[in-house]
Design a protein around this ligand. Structure first.
Ligand code: CA
Length: 424
């Protein structure tokens, strides 16, 4: 077991028993502190840990790296130190906060490096170079195939042989809290010529984003059983989608403007190390996959996922409870497939799992599925219903793993929808 994951560890920092950020989590993010500087931070309970201050006080000196990586406004340079080093940093932060480890006790400095979460602004954690989106939940793909084709042939012939994906756009990925502006675009009514205007079928997609932590050279491939060495951590991802624009534009090359107007990620990158205690079996893959996709051990993760809709000024209603364990293709298989042709990857690249639905109706990860193409509206607590997302609605996604009374969470991925921009 990784020492920092030990469930018996206790911190001298007060942490609520149901907090998603106990001493066993210690995710990484970028915080804007009161003087306006952006710094690399971790989190415990309701406090942000300013790693730049700890660096200046020599708490990482023996780990021998340039502590200026903590004064950057993205995590890229820190992640580039490599997982061996960043794991030691996480272990050291754990030691600093640990009640029982007096060697690294920093409690006397707590007023300098612990900042109440309400006093910082969380910024975009990574500079994302390339973004890829997969389509790897069998329940989601089956639902979509059933709606748009037929239940007998819901999955296309390639689906169980390779993790289907496409290249998305990195420039429009933003951090939780950033509003989502309803996109404009072309739509094709069933009984007339195409029209232009605001998207009428705006949807969320419940996904997890995987952050690449190690580069490869062009021509190199990542073996499936080594893929986790190339993954730094994960975030929650809302891959906003314009269903009406998508329906008209996607033939024959796939998603374009229906997907690239906005994607929202959570601010904290939870390390793959912190998630190790939550590995679980996934779907049995039949037919058998080709050798380069064969995994020798368990690579699915038990991460509870929730989506809530909060109408303007109202209470939120949970509309979906899913789990990352329902992925048919694992993130390791996705990375092995992505690089099998020699496509290189870089630190800070991100790939999306694809919408994560589970086998029950309450586990569907998009309004398209929850409202079954708009035929069964979803009830909200305030008496309203939704087929898709309206202006003024805030979509809130949460993710956490839980075991033996310990919760390792991702915080929130939240965004309010604003009306479309006026166009001519
Ligand atoms: Ca997607």
């Amino acid at each position: 077991m990784i020492r920092a994951n030990d469930p018996s560890l206790k911190s001298w920092v007060d942490v609520a028993s149901d907090s998603e950020f106990p001493i066993q989590n210690l995710p990484f993010g970028i915080a804007r502190i009161e003087n306006g500087d952006a710094v690399v931070a971790s989190r415990i309970g309701d406090f942000v840990i300013n790693l730049s201050i700890l660096g200046e006080h020599s708490f990482f000196e023996d780990l021998e790296f340039d502590i200026s990586v903590f004064q950057k406004n993205t995590l890229n340079d820190f992640i580039s130190l490599g997982k061996e080093k960043t794991a030691k940093v996480r272990d050291r932060i754990s030691a600093i906060l640990d009640t029982d480890l007096e060697d690294w006790d920093a409690s006397e400095l707590k007023d300098y490096f612990l900042i109440p979460i309400g006093k910082v602004e969380m910024l975009m954690p990574i500079q994302i170079g390339d973004y890829t989106d997969f389509y790897s939940s069998i329940d989601h793909a089956t639902n979509v195939g059933t709606m748009f084709r037929d239940p007998e042939n819901a999955l296309l012939p390639n689906w169980k042989h390779l993790p289907v994906g496409y290249h998305g756009r990195a420039s429009s990925i933003v951090v939780s809290g950033t509003p989502t502006i309803r996109p404009n675009g072309q739509q094709k009514p069933n009984d007339g010529p195409p029209v232009f205007g605001p998207c009428k079928l705006l949807d969320f997609e419940l996904e997890m984003g995987v952050v690449v932590g190690k580069e490869t050279q062009l021509g190199e491939s990542v073996p499936v059983d080594q893929a986790e060495d190339f993954i730094f951590g994960m975030v929650i991802l809302n891959d906003w989608s314009a269903r009406d624009i998508q329906k008209w534009e996607y033939i024959p090359l796939g998603p374009f403007l229906a997907k690239n107007f906005n994607s929202t990620i959570s601010a904290w990158v939870v390390t793959l190390d912190a998630l190790q205690p939550f590995k679980v079996d996934g779907y049995k893959q039949t037919p058998e996959v080709l050798p380069y996709l064969k995994q020798s051990d368990i690579k699915n993760y038990d991460i509870n996922l929730e989506v809530a809709i909060q109408p303007d000024g109202g209470q939120d209603t949970t509309v979906c409870n899913s789990n990352f364990k329902y992925m048919y293709w694992t993130m390791s298989q996705q990375l092995a497939h992505h690089t099998v042709n020699g496509c290189n990857i870089r630190v800070g690249d991100m790939y999306g799992s694809g919408t994560i639905s589970g086998p029950e109706k309450s586990m569907y990860g998009s309004m398209l599925e929850l409202s079954w193409k708009g035929t069964t509206p979803v009830a909200l607590n305030n008496g309203e219903t939704r087929k898709f997302i309206q202006d003024g609605d805030t979509v809130i996604m949460k993710a956490y793993s839980e075991k033996d009374g310990l919760r390792i969470g991702f915080g929130e991925c939240k965004s309010k929808v604003l009306p479309a921009r006026q166009t001519v």
